[in-house]
Design a protein around this ligand. Sequence first.
Ligand code: AMP
Ligand code: ZN
Length: 435
Amino acid sequence: MLKIFNTAKNKKIDFIPINKDEVTMYVCGPTVYDYIHIGNARPIIVFDVLYRLLSSIYPSVKYVRNITDIDDKINSKALQNNETIFELTKRTENQFIKDYKDLNAIKPDIEPRATEHIDEMIEMIQQLIENKNAYEAKKHVLFRVKSWDKYGKFANKSYDEQEHGARVEVADYKQDPADFVLWKPSSDDEPSWDSPWGKGRPGWHIECSAMVKKHLGENFDIHGGGLDLIFPHHQNEIAQSCCANKSDKFANYWMHNGFLMSEGQKMSKSLGNFYTINELLNEFSGNAIRLVLLSTHYRKPLDFTKSKLIEAENLINKLSDFINKNKNEKQDENIDEFKNALCDDLNTPLAISIMWKYQKENQIGKLLKSIELLGFDIKNSDKSQIPQEIKELAEKRNQAKIEKNFAESDKIRNKIKQLGYEIKDTPNGYEINKI
Ligand code: AMP
Ligand code: ZN
């Protein structure tokens, strides 16, 4: 039985799908204004493992992860880069798709873009106005927070805290400081669409509510995202959807991953303390990044260091060699122990330790199945994939040798050895091999 920690209930509970023939899940995807960093990759990988697990239990899973391609951060970044908004969002989206493929994350069934759902957003906003949950003011449309008495319950926020969450300077068109934007006017250089309230663009929260409704309906199983999205984003999604649909149901289970931290602080674009997936993939394999992300339980903070990636790369290389040597052994397929760990609110650290146990016990069939459920692509960890770091060290060693600095070249050779590789000098230059 799968158990999930449901943020809405603040406890771990049994997962019972609305329709056991097709489980439905929605995850908030990236805002495509810049390349994703390894913190953004955490929800991608965590929910990819959930998707794989659900697919192994239920006949079908419908997975929707949106692309936020309307956002003020996009507008200012395009201006800064001197490119059009479309050029920026297309380029960033393409990189995002490449990144998650390199991390071996399965393509969601639907990847809706906000720009392709404007009609649905306008329709939902009209419904909210009709239901008296929203009002128009100075070409803006705002959600009237006090019109819904359950507002704040999901995020556990009192009215004071909601107000506090609003910007310090409260816009004069707001009836209440906590009210939030559903639609806003655009200036000439900002993207805009025609609407009953004039040319403008949607607010961020309504984007997800409209895309959820279009692709999964009013009530669906699982909604995921990072911890920072609980308030205001997810609270606002719930308010908009429940009020527009006149329903008290939206997502039945809410799952939130904890933050990936860098030296005690949340990794984020604004702090500048980040590594993009694109740059990490020059040095490390997608498998190593995946192993680091899954080695900590998804709800806990994860302290990220590059040394963890080096260590993970070593483990993946050893695993890959082991598989290549033992592929044809007799197979035993029952992996209940492993699956039970994942079914306990996605306990990936425990599942990984069971995977290593299968390896130690030479249980190849079980090992292969557990590798697949965790989404490692061992075919891609063959010898052709020498990490960039090793290649650079090998080049340094070569230079040292040319300069006849043999003490240095031996030192580097030893370091390379510690990282699981060996250098062989041949008449045609040097070769790097996994040990
Ligand atoms: P954004 O593009 O900023 O909206 O973020 C995309 C996704 O990454 C959201 O689900 C965020 O919650 C998540 N996220 C952003 N920073 C981190 C972090 N440091 N650790 C874990 N998840 C994060
Ligand atoms: Zn969202």
